[in-house]
Design a binder for this molecule. Structure first.
Ligand code: 8YV
Length: 313
């Protein structure tokens, strides 16, 4: 039986690639010198798309595949998939939730601690010999402070649980109160959440409605001692407003794992003070990426075997 033709939008770790090649006829559009020509030639035979959370599937790519049945996302965020095309054509869509929740929550907490205690700067301070000339500047205590979690989904909930263990006062903002939030304080408005937060963690899924949800108002409400952590999507944060606030001292600091135009950055990020920068690596561990790859493949194999999808969106 011929292997289903799958359009591959981006690279995967070697183990995932070989496992996909064993079961599917993978057509790697990201390696094509002329992507439009590649899609014109390969698109009609494509039955599935294998993509990543950061890459998605554009309206153009979907339109080039008239016989497309399923899009499988290696990642939890599917905001880069053109949903109107998916819904209009009844294309199945899957992602890889749960298997990556702990990793992303762990990194968010690590970024918050590293930012507040200056861990990356202190490493450089030791390495460049500055320690022989001065003491490292005092930093900011984390335990017992106030954490505001914007978006209390799977990842936001696990971040809140971790920060609670640091004796922090937890508040959150979501469309409506969450029963599973227990004693954590609910705020319906992102600005109200910022007013009661020392650390503001952006953990919500990116949608057209959440674009720049963290902008000048939220940043001003956080104030000069406030700090922002973003492990969601760059689109949820107004980068210009953040950079203005960091450069003027109107915000205390930011730890970011996602950026507009990544991996290219606004060059202001390289000089602005009190910043911790990470390379979109929330899920970047062997264990989690293996689990993500397996789940992405399992969804594709379930579809082509006529079985129920494991994690449909
Ligand atoms: C992906 C992501 O894991 O899960 C997501 O939605 O944003 C990422 O962390 C990454 O795109 C995999 O390459």
């Amino acid at each position: 039986m011929t292997k289903p033709h799958i359009l591959q939008v981006g690279s995967y770790p070697a183990g995932d690639q070989s496992a996909l090649d064993a079961v599917f006829d993978m057509r790697r559009v990201f390696e094509a010198p002329d992507k439009a020509a590649f899609l014109a030639a390969e698109g009609p035979a494509i039955r599935g798309i294998a993509t990543r959370g950061d890459l998605g599937a554009s309206a153009e790519i979907i339109a080039a595949c008239p016989n497309l049945e399923i899009i499988s996302v290696y990642g939890v965020g599917y905001d880069a998939v053109h949903l109107p095309s998916v819904r209009a054509r009844g294309i199945k869509l899957t992602n890889t939730p749960d298997v990556l929740t702990d990793d992303v929550a762990d990194l968010a907490v690590g970024m918050l601690l590293a930012l507040s205690r200056g861990i990356a700067r202190a490493d450089g301070f030791v390495r460049d010999g500055s320690w022989s000339k001065a003491s490292f500047p005092l930093q900011r205590k984390v335990s017992g402070k106030r954490a505001g979690i914007l978006g209390l989904g799977r990842i936001g909930h696990q971040i809140a649980r971790r920060l609670e263990a640091f004796g922090m006062e937890i508040a959150y903002c979501s469309r409506q109160p969450k029963p599973e939030a227990g004693a954590w304080a609910y705020e319906a408005d992102p600005v109200a959440l910022a007013r009661r937060s020392d650390y503001y963690v952006i953990a919500l899924a990116a949608t057209p409605e959440t674009r720049h949800i963290v902008g000048r108002e939220v940043i001003a409400a956080l104030g000069p001692a406030g700090m922002v952590v973003n492990i969601s999507r760059a689109a949820n944060l107004d980068e210009a407003a953040l950079l203005d606030a960091l450069e003027t001292g109107a915000l205390g600091g930011a730890a970011l794992d996602v950026f507009d135009g990544e991996p290219a950055l606004n060059p202001r990020f390289l000089t602005a003070p009190n910043l911790l920068l990470q390379p979109h690596h929330g899920t970047g561990t062997h264990e989690t990426r293996q689990a993500m790859g397996q789940l992405m493949r399992d969804n594709l194999m379930a579809h082509f075997a006529g079985r129920p999808l494991l994690t449909p969106v």
